[in-house]
Design a protein around this ligand. Structure first.
Ligand SMILES: NC(=O)c1ccc[n+]([C@@H]2O[C@H](COP(=O)([O-])OP(=O)(O)OC[C@H]3O[C@@H](n4cnc5c(N)ncnc54)[C@H](O)[C@@H]3O)[C@@H](O)[C@H]2O)c1
Length: 328
C-alpha cells in the first residue's frame, strides 16, 4: 500500500482523483487544502485532510509526518484572466507554494510528483498546441505555471526527483467551484442562470476552446504517477474537440432548457486555444468518452442541488489600472 498526498484536495481535480484512488485501489490518501477555492463537502471522508495553506509555516512538518510515496500538486488559484491584477498573490500562491512542495518531495524521496500545469503556458503559440512547442505565456498565471514546470525539471536533473507534468484543458464537472466570478466559465454560467441572470460572454464569443469532462480525466491523472512511460514527460490532457465559446454557451443553454446570452467587454486572452492529445492516449490511456452536452447535463443536474453560497469576490486588487468594467 502506498501513500498519496494531494494538494488542493477539496477542488475539482483533487477531490475527484481522491475518490478514484479510494474506489479503485487500496492506497491511503492524504490531502491539504486551505478551502480558499474548494469545499470540505467535496472531500471523501476516508481522506486524511489537513486544512492548511501550503505557505503556512508548519507545511514541512505536515509533509514529514505524512511522508508520502506519491505527490499530486494541484493547489493553485487558477484565475488566469485576473492574474495580472493579483500578480504578487499569483506568484506566491502558484510558484512559491510549488517550490515548497518540490523541496519536500526531494527531502523525503517521493517516488514521483505529478504537477498540473496549464494550457496557459502555450499562450501566443500557434494551435493546436503540441507538447514540444516553446511556451509563450501571455499572463502571470501562465508564467507562474511555466516557471513551476522548469523548477520541477531542474529538481529532476539535479536531485533525481521523478515527475510528470500534465497540462489539462478546461476540465469541468461535478465538484467544480461555481461560486467564483473570475474562473471556470461553465460554472460561472450555471451560477448566473441559477440566479436569474443572462450568461455572459467576453468579446464576440468567437474564441475557441476545448473542454474535458472530469470523469474522463481522473484515470489518466492516476496513471501519471504510475506509468513508467509517463516519467519525466509533459502531457496535454483532454480537450479533443474545439468549439467557440458561443457554441459552448448554446450547448449549455440547451441543457438548461432556457436562458439568454449577454456580450461584455473583451478580455486580454488568447483567441484560439486547443491542443493535441495523442500523447495522453499513448502514455496515459486517455480516451474521450463524454460529449460536452452529456458532461454539462451531469454537471447541471449536480449544480441545481448545490447550496446557495455567497459568491467569492476579491475585496481589493493589487492593481486597478486596466481592470475590466465587469470586475470593478
Ligand atoms: N480545471 C481545469 O480546467 C484546469 C486546467 C488547467 C490547469 N488546472 C490546474 O489544475 C489544478 C487543479 O485545478 P482545479 O480545477 O481542481 O482547481 P480548484 O480551484 O477546484 O482546486 C484547487 C484547490 O486548491 C486549494 N488551494 C489553493 N491554494 C492553496 C494553498 N496555497 N494551500 C492549500 N490549498 C490551496 C483551493 O482551496 C482548491 O480547493 C490547479 O493547479 C489548476 O491550475 C486546472
Amino acid at each position: 500500500m502506498s501513500k498519496y498526498f494531494i494538494t488542493g484536495i477539496a477542488g475539482l481535480l483533487g477531490s475527484n482523483l481522491a475518490d478514484y484512488i479510494l474506489k479503485n485501489t487500496k492506497h491511503d490518501v492524504y490531502g491539504i487544502d486551505d478551502l480558499s477555492g474548494g469545499y470540505i463537502d467535496n472531500v471523501n471522508p476516508k481522506v486524511v485532510l489537513h486544512q492548511k495553506n501550503i505557505l503556512d509555516e508548519d507545511f514541512d512538518e505536515i509533509f514529514a509526518n505524512v511522508k508520502p510515496d506519491y505527490v499530486y500538486h494541484f493547489a493553485a488559484y487558477a484565475a488566469e484572466g485576473l492574474s495580472p491584477f493579483i500578480r504578487c498573490f499569483n506568484y506566491d500562491n502558484n510558484l512559491k507554494s510549488t517550490a515548497k512542495v518540490v523541496n519536500n518531495c526531494i527531502r523525503h524521496n517521493v517516488k514521483r510528483i505529478v504537477f498540473t500545469s496549464s494550457m496557459a503556458t502555450y499562450g501566443r503559440a500557434e494551435p493546436p498546441f503540441h507538447e514540444d512547442l516553446i511556451p509563450q505565456p501571455i499572463d502571470p498565471y501562465g508564467i507562474a505555471k511555466y516557471a513551476c514546470e522548469m523548477d520541477i525539471k531542474v529538481a529532476g536533473e539535479q536531485h533525481g526527483l521523478d515527475w510528470c507534468i500534465i497540462r489539462p484543458h478546461n476540465v469541468y464537472g461535478i465538484k467544480q467551484n461555481i461560486w467564483d466570478k473570475y474562473r471556470n466559465v461553465l460554472g460561472i454560467w450555471m451560477y448566473q442562470h441559477l440566479n436569474g441572470q443572462p450568461i455572459t460572454i467576453f468579446g464576440d464569443g468567437k474564441q475557441t476552446r476545448a473542454f474535458s469532462y472530469i470523469k474522463d480525466s481522473v484515470g489518466p491523472l492516476y496513471r501519471a504517477s504510475q506509468s513508467d512511460k509517463a516519467s519525466k514527460q509533459i502531457i496535454n490532457l483532454g480537450g479533443i474537440k474545439e468549439c467557440t465559446i458561443d457554441q459552448a454557451a448554446d450547448t449549455l443553454l440547451s441543457v438548461m432548457g432556457s436562458g439568454t446570452k449577454k456580450y461584455m467587454q473583451a478580455r486580454h486572452e488568447v483567441k484560439h486555444a486547443y491542443s493535441t492529445y495523442k500523447k495522453s492516449e499513448d502514455l496515459l490511456g486517455f480516451s474521450h468518452k463524454t460529449s460536452l452536452y452529456d458532461g454539462l447535463q451531469c454537471m447541471w443536474d449536480w449544480a441545481k442541488q448545490r447550496p446557495k453560497r455567497e459568491r467569492f469576490i476579491w475585496p481589493f486588487y493589487e492593481l486597478d489600472k486596466g481592470i475590466y468594467s465587469f470586475w470593478r
